[in-house]
Write a protein that binds this ligand. Structure first.
Ligand code: GAL
Length: 643
């Protein structure tokens, strides 16, 4: 169940066999290679040098390692960029993003598609049947370094093509966008413009379409690669390594092409990336926040229709966050077990050995910089390798009790029109997730429109456009449902629904949102009733025909209930959110445990795993049979038991 990312091209060939042997000794079975190697595979157009990769694959396979080969499209070589500068991406200020790092391409360039198809086909043909090859990774981290959206001439060309297909006529486009508003009408698709460099805010409907267009391109580009790989390598699976807190494209759509999802887990790096308070950042600096990794495990298990890997696991300090602390002793092991607890099929560390050169020289590996000597993180991986030998196989990760409906488009719409500066979709989902996890509940992330049957509790933190399929899935669901503010607040054209928000859920909730207020940091509105706390950031004025479970200070409804659907008309502070989540869990008939905020548990089949992110010990429930660890869960420790 362990893997590692390896770059044979970084090391002298004489070292490969020994590296491979030591990987096996560590309990590693999978090795991912090749994803940045284009300049060494095709040093100039049409001149290929496959010798080294042939030999590397043979050496790794001979040691018994199973190989995952990356397509090298995240790093187009210099000669290609010089030959075809039209593949380069442009930032929102209209400036070109040049050669010299990675991901320097736009999904809009026809040249880039042709060149990608060419290199993927050549590699798929050459290695598609290699006995050591078990699977493929397409590209590397779509969207990394803000590369989903691009704002150049190629993008405008492709955007026009996409709009033509979507709207057929400019009358329909003008109608959908509300172009009449500031004389923004266009008379032909040639007149269409990019929604950047405008004097003030561009039309939100245009921006949403621009985002959708790029998202569709990522999925189509990935499919192009997958189709070629499947043709020449029909018996191997395909994945892509997604990222943490990157929501610029619809990952569910990309995963439609894949056999399984994977993601790159850098829990400590993400502490800086996520909008935590400074106190939280300091508290979790060396362990990460207890929900960061698991939130993504659950998201990507959903994205991968039940199947996911951690393709890159942080093995020590990283190099790319504003501050990069060493993880506390035990954390590399803990994160590995936690991923497995959430259903990961494989946890693969990034990287085998720290590179003494180039951009990531400050990034740890399982081996110290340039050496054949395990780093502290490497020793923890070794420990997991030993422990895994003692546990024959892990049971299937079954359906969770709770469904969280996660909607990429809601991230885009609330970014485009936040209304309150701190209305952040990902943060909202994370906080709801955190409140559920503190009660010891297991969570599945569900794609909008998918069935919600069989879940005791369904939460929709925010879904700005409730499409027909999701409305139907919510109607059929028999579990307890909690819907958050802003849900149903726009139609597909970014228009406020004629019956006012929550639009398609108006009848179901019995509510009409007649106005919305956003609150500056420091301002709040008290909420009291069956739950209590305060609204911060966002607060709606709701007219309702339903039961009111809690009110704002002036008597307006804050939490309403109609049949199995509750509607929360604000962004809840921590106290209110934990009350609301506890209330719906109880209405759903779920067994909950009030865990200390540094302890998390997760079930996988008949096994229960517990993780300690804190500084104090915790006693696991009495009367269970331990499979791993002890009944007193020390800081940074893991225990596993059967009931
Ligand atoms: C990932 C990326 C790797 C490496 C790593 C460093 O985002 O896929 O290639 O850069 O970060 O943490």
């Amino acid at each position: 169940m362990l893997g590692v990312c390896y770059y044979p091209e970084h090391w002298n060939e004489e070292r490969w066999a020994d590296d491979a042997r030591r990987m096996r000794e560590l309990g590693i079975s999978f090795v991912r290679i090749g994803e940045f190697a284009w300049s060494r595979l095709e040093p100039s157009r049409g001149n290929f040098d496959f010798g080294w990769l042939d030999r590397a694959m043979d050496v790794l396979a001979a040691a018994g390692l199973k190989i995952v080969l990356g397509t090298p499209t995240a790093t187009p070589p210099k000669w290609l960029v010089d030959e075809y500068p039209d593949i380069l991406p442009y930032d929102e200020q209209g400036k070109v993003r040049g050669f010299g790092s990675r991901r320097h391409y736009t999904f809009s360039s026809d040249t880039w598609w042709r060149e990608s198809a060419r290199i993927v086909e050549i590699i798929a043909k050459r290695y598609g049947e290699h006995p050591g090859l078990v699977g493929w990774q397409t590209d590397n981290e779509y969207g990394c370094h803000d590369t989903t959206l691009s704002w150049g001439a190629e993008d405008l060309k492709s955007f026009k093509r996409w709009l033509r297909l979507r709207y057929q006529s400019t009358e329909q486009l003008n109608e959908a966008w509300g172009s009449v508003f500031w004389s923004m009408d266009v008379n032909s698709f040639d007149e269409v413009f990019l929604p950047n460099l405008t004097v003030t805010e561009a039309n939100p409907a245009t921006r949403l379409d621009f985002w959708r267009f790029h998202s569709d391109q990522v999925a189509a580009y990935d499919k192009m690669q997958c189709d070629i790989l499947r043709k020449h390598s029909p018996d191997r699976w395909i994945t892509h390594n997604f990222m943490g807190f990157v929501s610029d494209f619809d990952h569910f759509k990309v995963a439609d092409n894949l056999d399984l999802a994977s993601w790159d887990s850098y829990p400590i790096g993400f502490v800086e990336k996520f909008p935590f308070t400074e106190d939280e950042r300091n508290r979790w600096a060396e362990t990460s926040h207890p929900d960061i990794a698991s939130y993504h495990h659950d998201l990507y298990r959903g994205v991968g229709k039940g199947r996911f890997w951690v393709m890159e696991q942080q093995p020590g300090p990283v190099n790319w966050a504003p501050w990069n602390p060493v993880p506390k002793p035990g954390m590399v092991r803990l994160w590995t077990w936690e991923a497995l607890a959430h259903g990961a099929e494989v946890v693969s560390y990034f990287r085998w050995r720290q590179a003494p050169f180039a951009q990531e020289q400050m990034h740890a590996g399982l081996n110290m910089s340039g050496l054949d000597e395990l780093s502290p993180g490497g020793m923890e991986a070794q420990q997991v390798g030993e422990e895994l030998k003692a546990i024959a196989a892990l049971p299937e990760s079954g359906k969770a009790q709770v469904a969280l409906v996660f909607d990429y488009q809601s991230y885009w719409t609330t970014m485009i029109q936040p209304q309150g500066k701190d209305f952040r979709y990902e943060e909202l989902c994370f906080r709801w997730y955190e409140a559920l996890r503190r009660l010891g509940l297991d969570i599945d992330f569900v794609r909008p429109g998918n069935s919600l049957e069989g879940y005791a509790l369904i939460v929709v933190p925010c879904m700005t456009e409730v499409d027909v399929a999701t409305e139907a899935a919510l109607r059929k669901a028999t579990g307890q449902i909690l819907v958050g503010a802003r849900t149903g607040s726009r139609d597909r054209n970014f228009v406020i629904p004629h019956n006012l928000p929550p639009g398609p859920l108006g009848e179901r909730t019995g509510n009409r949102v007649i106005q919305v207020s956003t609150l500056r940091p420091g301002l709040s509105d008290a909420v009291a009733g069956e739950v209590s706390g305060a609204a911060i950031r966002w607060r709606e004025t709701v007219q309702t025909t339903s039961n009111v479970l809690a009110h704002f200070a002036n008597g307006d409804p804050a939490l309403t209930e109609n049949d199995n659907m509750l509607y929360l008309a604000c962004w809840a502070d921590e106290a209110l959110l934990s009350d609301v989540i506890a209330l719906v869990a109880q209405k759903a008939g779920l067994d909950t445990i009030a865990l200390p905020d540094y302890i998390r548990i997760r079930r996988r089949g008949n096994l229960t795993f517990a993780f300690n992110y804190g500084t104090m010990a915790w006693s696991i429930p009495a009367g269970v049979t331990l499979v791993l660890g002890r009944d007193v869960l020390e800081p940074q420790a893991v225990s596993v038991w059967t009931a």
